[in-house]
Design a protein around this ligand. Sequence first.
Ligand SMILES: NC(=O)c1ccc[n+]([C@@H]2O[C@H](COP(=O)([O-])OP(=O)(O)OC[C@H]3O[C@@H](n4cnc5c(N)ncnc54)[C@H](OP(=O)(O)O)[C@@H]3O)[C@@H](O)[C@H]2O)c1
Length: 223
Amino acid sequence: MMQVLVIGASRGLGLEFARQFRTAGARVVATARSEAGLSALRALGCEALPLDLLDAASVAGLGWRLDGERFDAVVLNAGVYGPRTQGLESPTQDDFDTVMRTNVLGPMRVLPQIEATLAAGAKLMVLSSMMGSIGQRSSTTGWLYRASKAAVNSVLRDAALTLGPRGITCVAVHPGWVQTDMGGPNASLPPERSVADLRRLLARLTPDDNGHFLNHDGSPIAW
Ligand SMILES: NC(=O)c1ccc[n+]([C@@H]2O[C@H](COP(=O)([O-])OP(=O)(O)OC[C@H]3O[C@@H](n4cnc5c(N)ncnc54)[C@H](OP(=O)(O)O)[C@@H]3O)[C@@H](O)[C@H]2O)c1
């Protein structure tokens, strides 16, 4: 049976990953930071673990809860958007801290905790965003979010350099513009479609893909 870990699965894409992996018969360990999120995951038949990326003790707790686990796939999904700016509007210190601590420090804390749960053949998918691409940038909306996703892409590259030689394939992905709380109702893709694409992509990843930044359809995105 496939063993999967989804980080940040209370709603949106994370919850949809948990749902689709369960439907496909996988054993799913998934995290949420609220009781409502944990209950939603248990209702899907997932093993639900508490995790708040903003809390170092909570991330350390995840490490010991995962002791002895071996996952075929880990999806690092949790993220926040922050202020919906258009141009060069300075973020408040609080907004900067929340977005950077969630989207960058969070993965930098979680990756060392889950490293031992990944063995040769396993896959790590980090939910980045096209908005983090510097090479394909043509808009300035949400520049704090963009900066955070560019930074987590750097984190993913370091994970790929560390884990790739052990046979673990690590990728950053763009899920499309998706109808979630973050993407809003006018987004182009329903979560079911985005996650189906991402699961297909995950299934066909090979070690040659290690360290790549990929769209949900599998096409490469410039860093
Ligand atoms: N939707 C899009 O169009 C789109 C496009 C590109 C990339 N993405 C990326 O895809 C991922 C999922 O996005 P989404 O659209 O599903 O967003 P969403 O609906 O806003 O859900 C975000 C998820 O992240 C969790 N989260 C936020 N802060 C957390 C923290 N401190 N600790 C633990 N979990 C935390 C949330 O948990 P709570 O319920 O507890 O808040 C929720 O489960 C994100 O990384 C996002 O940047 C989304």
